[in-house]
Design a protein around this ligand. Structure first.
Ligand code: ATP
Length: 870
């Protein structure tokens, strides 16, 4: 088959690929998909479960332990004894158990991330058996007829069949960042470079303007992108700033601890209280106790689980770091239409010079030319059941024509046009030309302020039209104006020329009700110290009416509304001075959004910005959290976002911020738990080693650290949000993850745990009664950490006020870990292996009492903090 698609006529290609103007049948498409495989670039190899398991052994810590196991087995040989396998066996079991737990957690996290990737995958609009469907781009096959419009990414390599003002940005492929004009005209030169194949579109590029119908000629790895993708197919993972910070903390502690371990080893050797083997094992235990090896893994899992939960609530996170940033969001800049409002436009009022304005307005006494304009200058289509599909502003008019019986469905299906200039939010106009009396009639509709300035009209009419516009806008209506002109011919590449010198027809007012949940979400924002800002292409008066209804503007706050034109007159210094006092930006062009983001960022604020259009991409990228719209958003805007809303709903952003705060809180709790536990273990061993006591055997430390600690750490990571989470001010990103005071609390909690373990050892009889004393210390250390976890469930509120059933994972972890701990003591062979003894009932009571003290200690700390902060 000749592959030079650009040199051939589109009709021949349709024939050659056995397709038709109405597309492939569903059956044919299915067969082709089975034969050619999905339209996807290969992603490199996926990790298998076994691969993940072996990756657990990449950790230095694990090798220290394996080394320790070997040394402990063969060391007695050096001293003339027999090899000793007990310790080695326990270490290896613990190491294996740890690797299995790690594998389960990591594969779960990976599955969650994979599922998200699927959800964020791009789609394509395809004609199958005459119906326009939206399908995942991966299901496209060669021969499919697709429809493209501004903002779509090109989902495969395509040959353009028919187009209007089409521009495609191909920098991903050609490096050329200026969008290229494309059309269906065949290119003669077979060897033309990709950039010159103007009748083709390539996978990975995006439509910036206009629209087109095209046929898919290559998919997946056969595309031009596929040819160069083999070296792009990397599955590099993104790490968040927090993960990096925790990695650093973990590394610093690790290096410090290894130093201390060597020192302790030397000390014990010098004091000659223990054999080489025991001294070595004590140092290893110390290292294991102190190195927070699970910390980074747990954080990754918490982030991944959090992302999954957010997806369930309608917010798909595209970049992991966004999860963290979300929680610190201080300003949410949101589009109006569809995000704060329902995007269900209904025409409720029409006005022309000749018609009397009426409350219902819809149709009575209105100039027939108005309906002619409404009918032709429209981009929506009808689906099989005659429901209009397309942009709600467009469908509103068709719905109006159908419901008032002014036009029939067939009329709408049979419309033809002689030319068009599609709507874009820069011009705020859309234009369609039809054949009329051997010449051409051009209908233009758009924002009244723009359209009126393009009309030839008397001053009186202009004043009256402006007055009507204002009155409708005050009632929160979106107003569009219509105009027309008759011409011999027109150059549709010159929009200004075509859309100028018009005769005014009339105004149409549409209602787009506010989303009920948006109002509540704005109230939540206010309580949570988050500033809501509305940004809209709509008229200032309409915007103010809606903003006031939603509570974005209110009588008792001094914020005001400005227009894009006013913004343009402001210098950066003016904007810096005023930005905190502006709640609504109306009639803005997309590029204004970047300025607004930058101004807030100069104030040191974390800004989230929504966007749906192709021109919103720069603002979405520069915002700390770019928010794309899953339903109405263009591929380009989604691609530039950190988070995509599946329901386009403002309230979902606020929910996601709450989730972000919860995740951050939980990571904080988890890390605090792990570090305090480690501190407790290290202090206990250090102090008792210096005293010459054998408080715990190294395997005990390994057990606590690598087995029983893991569950509460994970449970804290999935804790529900605290009740007042959206009543606090946003967290300042500049504050360190742990402040000095928090580090102090970590050490203090550790010291308390160590003290309790040492007290238990003393109550148990100390070195005189080694085995029982050690059993009590072992139990106390392990269980006091579990009680500490219960206390850490909230860093502010009392654990005694929590509701049992809201914290199931925590209790499961608590009782599960406690049970594991009991098994070690109650099952005789394991007890012997761990060199422990059975306790009498009084000793059990003493242990539990000591552990309860731990909880009281943490609650006491919180109580003091609450009193101080009052
Ligand atoms: P937001 O930015 O909040 O989504 P918006 O949808 O009003 O607000 P745009 O889509 O940029 O913003 O529209 C800007 C203005 O252009 C509208 O207020 C309206 O006057 C006009 N307009 C919108 N859609 C069309 C259309 N399909 N044809 C003609 N004019 C339109």
């Amino acid at each position: 088959m000749n592959k030079a698609w650009h040199t051939r006529n589109q009709k021949d290609i349709i024939k050659e690929l056995n397709s038709s103007e109405t597309g492939l049948t569903a059956q044919e498409a299915k067969q082709r998909l089975e034969k050619d495989g999905p339209n996807k670039l290969s992603e490199g190899k996926k990790r298998t479960l076994l691969g993940i398991f072996f990756a657990q052994f990449g950790d230095l810590m694990i090798w220290v332990l394996i080394g320790a196991a070997i040394v402990s087995a063969v060391a007695p040989l050096l001293e003339g004894g027999h090899p000793e396998f007990t310790d080695a066996a326990i270490i290896l079991v613990v190491v294996l158990l740890n690797a299995v737990l790690g594998t389960i957690q990591e594969s779960k996290a990976e599955a969650a991330l994979d599922a998200l990737k699927q959800m964020a995958a791009p789609g394509a609009k395809v004609l199958r058996g005459g119906n326009l469907l939206k399908i995942p781009a991966s299901e496209l096959v060669v021969g499919d007829i697709i429809s493209l419009e501004a903002g779509d990414s090109v989902p495969a390599d395509i040959r353009i069949i028919e187009s209007a003002s089409l521009k495609i940005e191909e920098s991903a492929l050609t490096g050329e960042s200026v969008p290229v004009d494309k059309s269906s005209v065949t290119i003669g030169d077979e060897k033309a470079p990709l950039g010159d194949r103007l009748c083709m579109g390539f996978l990975g590029t995006s439509v910036t303007y206009g629209r087109a119908t095209a046929i898919v000629v290559e998919t997946g790895m056969n595309t031009q992108m596929g040819a160069i993708a083999s070296h792009l197919a990397s599955t590099e993972k993104e790490t968040t700033p927090l993960q990096k910070k925790l990695n650093q903390i973990s590394n610093i502690i690790s290096i410090g601890v290894l130093g201390i371990a060597v020192l302790v080893f030397a000390l014990i050797m010098l004091s000659k209280t223990e054999k080489v083997n025991d001294a070595f094992m004590t140092s290893v235990a110390l290292a294991v106790a102190a190195i927070p090896e699970g910390m980074v893994a747990v954080v990754t899992i918490v982030l991944a689980m959090g992302m999954r939960r957010m997806a369930g609530r309608g917010a798909i996170i595209r970049r992991l770091p966004a999860v963290e940033t979300l929680g610190s969001t201080q300003v949410i800049c949101s589009d109006k239409t569809g995000t704060l409002t329902q995007n269900k436009m209904t025409v409720v009022k029409l006005w022309t010079e000749r018609s009397t304005p009426s409350e219902k307005g819809v149709g009575d006494n209105v100039d027939p030319l108005f309906f002619e304009a409404m009918f032709h200058c429209n981009d929506s289509r009808l689906d099989d059941s005659n429901n209009p599909i397309g942009d709600p502003t467009e469908t509103a008019f068709i719905t109006h024509l159908l419901t008032t019986n002014l036009r029939k469905a067939e009329d709408i299906r049979n419309r033809t046009r002689a030319g068009e200039i599609p709507f874009d939010s820069e011009r705020k106009l859309s234009t369609v030309a039809i054949k009329h009396n051997g010449a051409m009639r051009i209908f233009v509709k758009g924002a009244p302020d723009v359209l009126l300035s393009r009309c030839k009209m008397s001053a009186g009419l202009q004043v009256e039209a402006e007055k009507q516009n204002e009155e409708m806008a005050k009632k929160a209506l979106r107003v569009l104006a219509y105009g027309y002109k008759d011409v011999e011919k027109a150059d549709f590449n010159n929009a200004y020329e075509v859309e100028n010198g018009l005769t005014f027809i009339g105004l149409a007012g549409m209602i787009d009700p506010a989303r009920p949940e948006a109002k509540a979400a704005i109230a939540v924002c206010r309580k949570a110290g988050i500033v809501p800002v509305m940004i809209t292409g709509d008229h200032k008066i309409t915007a103010v009416a809606i903003a006031t209804d939603l509570g974005i503007l209110s009588a008792n706050d001094s914020r005001r509304a400005i227009t894009g034109a006013e913004l343009e007159l402001m210098s950066e210094a003016d904007l810096d001075r005023d930005v905190e006092h502006i709640g609504v930006y109306a009639r803005v062009a997309p590029e204004h959004k970047s300025r607004i983001v930058a101004a807030w960022q100069r104030k040191g604020k974390i800004v989230s910005m929504t966007g749906d259009g192709v021109n919103d991409a720069p603002a979405l990228k520069s915002a700390d959290i770019g928010v794309g719209m899953g339903i109405t958003g263009t591929d380009v805007s989604k691609g530039a976002s950190d988070m995509v809303l599946t329901d386009d709903n403002f309230a979902t952003i606020v929910t996601a911020v709450g989730e972000g705060r919860r995740i951050f809180d939980n990571i904080h709790k988890t890390v605090r738990f792990l570090l305090s536990s480690n501190a407790g273990e290290v202090l206990a061993i250090l102090i008792t080693t210096l005293l010459g006591w054998k408080l715990l055997l190294p395997v005990h430390i390994l057990w606590i650290n690598l087995v029983t600690d893991t569950f509460p750490a994970l449970a804290l990571g999935v804790e529900p949000a605290e009740k007042d989470i959206m009543e606090r001010k946003p967290r300042d990103q500049k504050t360190p993850f742990f402040t000095g005071r928090e580090w102090g609390r970590v050490v203090l909690t550790g010291a308390a745990e160590a003290t309790l373990a040492i007290i238990a050892f003393i109550i148990g009889g100390g070195t005189e009664n080694q085995s029982v004393a050690m059993t009590m210390a072992f139990l106390t250390l392990a269980l006091s950490q579990l009680f500490a976890a219960v206390g850490f469930q909230s860093e502010r509120h009392s654990a005694f006020s929590m509701r049992f059933k809201e914290h199931k994972p925590l209790w499961l972890a608590f009782f599960g870990s406690a049970l594991l701990q009991l098994v070690v003591i109650l099952v005789p062979p394991i007890r012997d292996l761990f060199e422990l003894s059975m306790l009498d009932w009084l000793q059990w009571v003493q242990v539990v009492a000591l552990c309860l003290l731990m909880l009281l200690f943490i609650e006491g700390q919180k109580l003091v903090a609450r009193i101080i902060n009052k």
